[in-house]
Design a protein around this ligand. Structure first.
Ligand SMILES: *[C@@H]1O[C@H](CO)[C@@H](O)[C@H](O)[C@H]1NC(C)=O
Ligand SMILES: *[C@@H]1O[C@H](CO)[C@@H](O)[C@H](O)[C@H]1NC(C)=O
Length: 256
């Protein structure tokens, strides 16, 4: 994939999304957002691509503790083996994503990778998941090591325990839980539930704007970047492909 000059600017846009909103946040006030999902479930993939990526806009990420749990409806047999709803490849990618979180614990580091893999699921091209390392300029070896060792299995067994302990139990995937409360069929509206649950004083602008306002602001920011002056390069350059396709999918950019 060759990304040329205009895409660089899209990246700067992403940089702004992350860093224009660095309000000092008090972690004890953060709202927990749990996503219980399966890597090959089309509804899970589309939620991650079309909705969840919104947590990186308008300061929302500063008040959210995101917990991604790739287990879903997988089943345990005995205490070490498991089967996944969509087969062995799903178990593999669930474990890949668990390993990515283990290796890069910061959400700003692991989310672009998980986004990239789920984007390939969305595009029915997930057997190319390893291209995500290259696309995001990430070192594959720690994830590969985790995947090929007991570590990956242990992480998945931990996710199994966490999923099976949900109260009330999950009924389907994606299952979205905000501060312990499942959102059921309202899961796509998770932003308003997060804002309602937030007890802190540093309310991000995501909580004061309508979703129409949010989208409009995203477009304005983008126009600024595209037609304004390019001032600096971002260390988030590596996140470009994921951001690019997210922007495209959300029709914030049509094409370059
Ligand atoms: C798994 O099950 C076997 C036999 O059922 C038992 O000996 C072993 O301790 C169990 N391992 C764990 C980690 O629970
Ligand atoms: C799948 O991904 C590979 C690697 O990025 C790419 O070469 C191929 O064209 C993609 N196929 C489809 C159907 O998108």
């Amino acid at each position: 994939m060759g990304f040329s000059y205009p895409s660089m600017k899209v990246l700067l846009f992403f940089h702004l999304l992350f860093f224009t909103s660095l309000v000092p946040s008090i972690s004890c006030n953060k709202v927990s957002l749990g996503l219980y999902y399966e890597s090959l479930c089309p509804y899970s993939a589309s939620f991650i691509i079309d909705s969840l990526a919104m947590i990186f806009t308008d300061g929302l990420i500063n008040i959210v503790d995101l917990n991604l749990v790739s287990w879903g409806n997988a089943k345990l047999y005995g205490n070490q083996t498991f089967k996944c709803q969509h087969g062995a490849y799903e178990c593999l990618l669930n474990t890949v994503e668990a390993c990515a979180i283990d290796v890069w614990p910061d959400v700003k580091d692991h989310f672009p990778f998980i986004y990239c893999v789920e984007n390939l699921v969305y595009e029915h091209n997930y057997t190319y998941w390893e291209t995500c390392f290259e696309k995001l300029d990430l070192d594959a070896s720690p994830v590969t090591r985790c995947l090929n060792s007991e570590r990956g299995t242990q992480l998945e067994l931990g996710y199994a325990a966490e999923t099976n302990a949900l109260q009330p139990p999950h009924k389907y995937v994606p299952w979205v839980v905000v501060d312990g409360q499942p959102l059921y069929d309202d899961y796509r509206d998770f932003v308003s539930f997060i804002c309602k649950a937030y007890k802190g004083t540093a309310k991000p602008s995501a909580c004061t704007e309508s979703s129409f306002g949010r989208t409009r602001k995203l477009k304005m920011n983008l126009i600024d970047i595209l037609y304004g002056e390019e001032t600096s390069k971002s260390e988030l350059f590596r996140a470009l492909p994921a951001v690019f396709s997210w922007l495209k999918r959300n029709k914030i950019v049509a094409s370059f």
